[in-house]
Every structure is written in C-alpha cells, then in structure tokens.
Design a protein around this ligand. Sequence first.
Ligand SMILES: CC(C)(COP(=O)(O)OP(=O)(O)OC[C@H]1O[C@@H](n2cnc3c(N)ncnc32)[C@H](O)[C@@H]1OP(=O)(O)O)[C@@H](O)C(=O)NCCC(=O)NCCS
Length: 154
Amino acid sequence: MNLHLRPVQPSHYATVASWPESTEATQRWAGPGVPFPLPPERFAQVLELAKRPGWVLLEGPGLCVGFGQYWTTGAGTAHLGRIIVSPRARGRGLGRLLMQALSAQALHEDAVRHLTLRVYRDNTAAVALYRDLGFQQVEASSTPELLFMRRTSG
Ligand SMILES: CC(C)(COP(=O)(O)OP(=O)(O)OC[C@H]1O[C@@H](n2cnc3c(N)ncnc32)[C@H](O)[C@@H]1OP(=O)(O)O)[C@@H](O)C(=O)NCCC(=O)NCCS
C-alpha cells in the first residue's frame, strides 16, 4: 500500500464530508452542532481548520481514504480529533495507519510529548484501536459518555 499523510486541501472537503451517513454519525465524529450533511463550503469553518489543521491519508496518487486533525492544547500536549476512515475502506488497517501517521506528525512538533483524544465509550472500534496504540483512559477527565484518553511518547 502506498499511503501518505498530507495537509487537507479544499478538493478533499466534499469527499470527507460525504463519509458520515447520518446526523448522529456526524456529531459522534465531529462534535455536537455539526450539521448533516456538512456542506463542503462550510467544512473549513465548521471544523475550524485555521486553528485545528486537518490532514488526509492518501492512497496512491490521490485517493483520499482518511482524515484527522490535531492541535496543541497546553504544555507539551497535542489533541487528536475528527479521526475518520472512508466507510468503503474500513477494516483494512487504514485507521491504524492514519492514527500512527497523525501521531508521528503531532509528536514532530516542537516539544509535543503527550497526545490526548476523546471518544464515545460505546465506539467499540475506535476505543479498541486507541487502546492498542497505547492510549490510556483518564477517568478524572472523562464523562459517562466520553472517554478522555492520553498517551505519552517514549
Ligand atoms: C474508528 C475507525 C477510524 C477505524 O478505522 P479502520 O480503518 O476500520 O480501522 P483498522 O482497520 O485500522 O483497525 C484497527 C483496529 O481498530 C479496531 N477495530 C476496527 N474495526 C473494528 C470493529 N468493527 N470492531 C471492533 N474493533 C475494531 C481493532 O482493534 C483493529 O485492530 P485489529 O485489526 O488488529 O483487530 C473507523 O471505524 C471510523 O472511521 N469510524 C467512524 C468515525 C469515528 O468513529 N471516529 C472516531 C472518532 S473519536
């Protein structure tokens, strides 16, 4: 597989916006209040790409198969969010590769040593993936619905 992580481009917005199949799926992926369908022309503003840069996982020369964001939240910490793989491409290891590539990119930033994320407790696939990648739940920062998870590098 020829896969690489690249900054998201406007030409990817419609593709990524088409992946969540319902209001519930959209909000579980991107947060409460995010509209379904998410119009491509509102993608950058709604996901606050100026503050929270987005990245795509490309397969081959330009097939967009995954998307995610990260932003720094405090001393030495980057928060990962809006992780999603194309529904047609799930179960092939791409979510794992996307998370690994996005984590490596975030840890490449000056002084970032900790990675955090939030995930719905009943999102079995995502929770299993994050645990497998070394993220540990922090109950004190979690809610009955949402797990807060953290990983420290090295
Ligand atoms: C979560 C998501 C990104 C996983 O992507 P994926 O490409 O299907 O995942 P992979 O094929 O790389 O699988 C990686 C691991 O995830 C877990 N996993 C994936 N699909 C699973 C499923 N249906 N049930 C249980 N665990 C699953 C497994 O631990 C798997 O490792 P394994 O293959 O060694 O068993 C994808 O399901 C998705 O886009 N979901 C919708 C958006 C979303 O919920 N994002 C998370 C927001 S926090």
